[in-house]
Design a binder for this molecule. Structure first.
Ligand code: NAD
Ligand code: UD1
Length: 350
């Protein structure tokens, strides 16, 4: 995998949201691949400690600029300061439940913020962008295997809508101006941490997502896991998801950046980033217990609204066009999550 990264086509990358979970792992992979990185983050859900740790792991400097993507002036200043050649756009709000209660804040942050970013990039003459989208844009297509040929659907929540709207915004911007080279990366379920256990996911408050919750039960911060439904039409009755190691995901971004360079006439590339395999909630609990040696007590609770029974990626297009596929196993996801959680029981706050 590493050798592919020796070719440095695009050198200084603006990473919005680079102080967050996926962003911090991606900047590490970018630095190791030889890119220079400037992070632009308002720290609403990110940490400068994550950036410091990335710098130590890579033994390289990250340029950090504190700012909000809705602040056009701040973006213009950053783009006037650094010779940015491409952007990876992670910045956004992502809590599904919160998005239903605060639609204006979610559309403002995720959609208005993306509009300001695109305007600032265009003014600076930067037309390469990789966007963090989500499998949620497929809605419920009635089949568990999602591929990029399928039309987008109706996301079950407001957060998902913001992803769909930004995808459309990027497609229409590119259609109007072929200088744009756009990658829409549809993530499945990112989990895990860097193998050192130095950086990882640090959710604020009670985790919404499965693996951070399991990890906090194992470390003694929460009493037990609630499994949301065991009466789904799946082999063990619990939901299946395509979990992807965050380092595989991070590497997918570097592959996408390189693929953009090959769009001679501009264009939009849409790629699923997933492993192509579903794992049930119960399987996840058992795999975590095995990798960590810790018990994860659980109770079965009612289904959570909006959950689909099962889905996973068709990862073929990313393999064919990006030369990328997942390399890490379910055991790696669990062992790395546990290493991070047990070394940092309070996340980045020691
Ligand atoms: P995260 O919350 O850890 O990281 C997002 C970062 O963006 C944070 O550091 C936050 O401080 C920053 N940010 C938020 N709003 C900002 C703004 N207006 N201006 C500047 N910075 C801002 O989330 P993550 O899990 O790393 O996700 C990164 C991206 O990937 C998000 O866009 C998310 O929607 C998308 N995504 C995540 C998942 C997942 O399961 N984690 C799945 C699909 C898509
Ligand atoms: C959720 C969001 C999705 C978002 C993604 C990443 C919903 C409906 N979907 O995906 O839009 O892109 O997170 O942020 O919220 N589970 C439990 N107990 C828990 C937590 C989860 O049983 O405490 C189950 C869920 O029912 C699901 C599976 O674990 O079957 C995975 O859940 P989660 O990690 O929240 O991811 P998604 O729901 O797939």
């Amino acid at each position: 995998m590493k050798t592919k990264f020796l070719y440095r086509y695009l050198s200084m990358i603006l990473v919005t949201g680079g102080a967050g979970y996926i962003g911090s792992h991606t900047i590490l992979v970018l630095l190791e691949a030889g890119y220079d990185v400037v992070v632009f983050d308002n720290l609403s859900n990110g940490s400068t400690e994550a950036i410091k740790r990335v710098e130590r792991l890579a033994n390289r400097k990250v340029h950090f600029e504190h700012g909000d993507i809705r602040d056009r002036k701040g973006l213009d200043e950053v783009l006037a300061t650094y010779p940015v050649t491409a952007a990876i756009h992670f910045a956004g709000l992502k809590a599904v439940g919160e998005s239903m209660k605060k639609p204006l804040e979610y559309f403002d942050n995720n959609v208005s913020g993306s509009i300001q970013l695109l305007k600032a990039l265009r003014q600076a003459g930067v037309f390469n962008i990789v966007f963090s989208s989500s499998a949620t844009v497929y809605g419920d297509p009635g089949t568990p295997v999602f591929n990029e040929e399928m039309p987008t659907g109706t996301p079950s929540n407001t957060y998902g809508y913001t992803k769909l709207v930004v995808e459309e915004l990027l497609k229409k911007t590119q259609a109007a101006d072929p200088r744009w080279r756009v990658a829409l990366l549809r993530y499945f379920n990112p989990v895990g941490a860097h193998q050192s256990g130095t950086i990882g996911e640090d959710p604020a408050g009670i985790p919404n997502n499965l693996l951070p919750f399991i990890a906090q039960v194992a470390v003694g911060k929460r009493q037990q896991l609630s499994i949301f439904g065991d009466d789904y039409p799946t082999p063990d009755g619990t939901c299946l998801r395509d979990y992807i190691h965050v380092m595989d995901l991070a590497e997918g971004h570097v592959s996408a950046l390189q693929a953009l360079k090959r769009f001679d006439k501009g264009g939009v590339g849409i790629w699923n980033l997933g492993g192509g395999q579903g794992h049930s909630v119960l399987e996840m609990v058992k795999a975590f217990e095995k990798a960590s040696g810790q018990a994860v007590p659980y109770q079965v609770a009612p289904r959570r609204e909006g959950d689909l029974a099962q889905f996973w990626a068709d990862p073929g297009k990313a393999k064919r066009e990006l030369g990328w596929e997942v390399e890490r196993t379910l055991h790696d996801m669990m062992a790395d999550t546990w290493r991070w959680q047990s070394k940092n029981p309070n996340g980045y706050q020691k």
